[in-house]
Design a protein around this ligand. Structure first.
Ligand code: ADP
Length: 162
């Protein structure tokens, strides 16, 4: 049987325990996960793509069968290039649902061979988002329950505290 590979795309600005939970649980379903950082010109990220990739590499280094990459443009062009047929996404609250439904439908139109696979967020992380983490960290709140240490340090540096 051929290897089951999924692409897990997102901004990862920065990676949180919620993302890592999806990656770990995804590895129980897929043989390999390619975590793909989107270089999205529309968003105004805190971390550069290179920094986000580096943090993902650092925080997944103990996991086998995880590759970290980045891409520009359409996700469907990227998966085609990688010859992958599954997109992995995490679903937190109902609020994620409508947005995810739109993207999954558009992607299905662009490439009917590609399936989007959703994993429900772990209860502990269902209200955790990168933007929440940035907001808390910016005002010096404690984010150690929300992100790995390397990310906490990177946030402290960004906000000029180290
Ligand atoms: P995007 O900018 O594409 O929404 P994110 O980096 O915010 O990307 O998230 C990437 C993926 O991870 C999305 O599918 C998102 O729903 C999922 N995700 C984000 N935070 C969590 C979490 N706390 N638990 C589960 N899934 C999450």
């Amino acid at each position: 049987m051929s290897e089951r590979v999924a692409v897990y795309p997102g901004s990862f600005d920065p990676v949180t325990f919620g993302h890592l939970d999806i990656i770990k649980r995804g590895l129980t379903v897929f043989d390999k996960i390619i975590v793909a950082v989107l270089n999205n010109a529309r968003k105004d990220p805190l971390f550069t793509v290179e920094e986000r990739v580096a943090l993902l590499k650092e925080t997944t280094k103990e996991l086998n069968h995880v590759e970290v990459d980045c891409f520009d443009g359409l996700l469907m062009d990227y998966v085609e290039e990688k010859n992958v047929h599954v997109v992995l996404r995490g679903l937190r609250a109902i609020s994620d649902f409508e947005y995810e439904l739109q993207i999954a439908s558009i992607n299905k139109n662009l490439n009917p061979k590609v399936e989007t696979f959703f994993m429900i967020s772990n209860n502990h992380f269902s209200f955790l988002s990168s933007s929440m983490v940035k907001e808390v960290s910016r005002y010096q709140g404690n984010v150690s329950d929300l992100v790995p240490e390397a990310v906490e340090e990177a946030l402290n540096k960004k906000y000029g505290r180290q």
